[in-house]
Design a protein around this ligand. Sequence first.
Ligand code: SF4
Length: 225
Amino acid sequence: MDAVDNREFAAEYSKCGIDLLNTRGANFVKIVYSSVDEVVSCEINRLCAEEGVIPTCKAGCFHCCGQHILTSITEAQALAHYIKYSFTQDQIEKLRLRTQQWHEWDETRRSCSTLTDGQSDFSAYCYCPMLVKGECSAYSMRPLICRTHFVSSDSPACRPFQDPESINDNPVALASVLAATSPFSIMIREHIENAGLNFYGSLMLLPHWLAIEMDWDFATTPQMK
Ligand code: SF4
């Protein structure tokens, strides 16, 4: 991936006041997601029928929600739009607090990279702020990366590697599911590029985008590490 400075992207973005999520944009994201879900379902059925491969992903498992979830501007705006129109004020406030905690964790994580062991007791991973009681609170609008990630390995392999219950093996992702849905990733990339923006520059961790799009005062646009 091209190492684009996200701060430059954010400056360009806020200067232009670009909103990719007009009514057409919102419908575009919904259509993409629903098409992705169909393709994923077909590919999983095919894998099961032709290759005997069955995903080990199950409802109630959320280990992958502790991984870094990269999101583009279009998906971030779609998610924020969904939150603003579907969540109660109380849900939004709780989400704001979880996202703020995530940002505090992220700040510590970044500063810890310059400290030696033992100088900090910070937790080495933090779950996505959208996660509530082990479930995605925006399941129908979860980003592409969350919709297309399936594994055939045991669930401990999906735990963030700093988790004491994590095992050394890497998770075995179902690559053919990702491949089958790649045309939709390209559609999103083209949607962003057609608006004159740099797709790779628009990729940031989901909680960063969330704070920006929800206009929360702790929003930051750190350079990706
Ligand atoms: S958006 Fe939902 S599915 Fe994706 S990482 Fe966050 S909680 Fe998990």
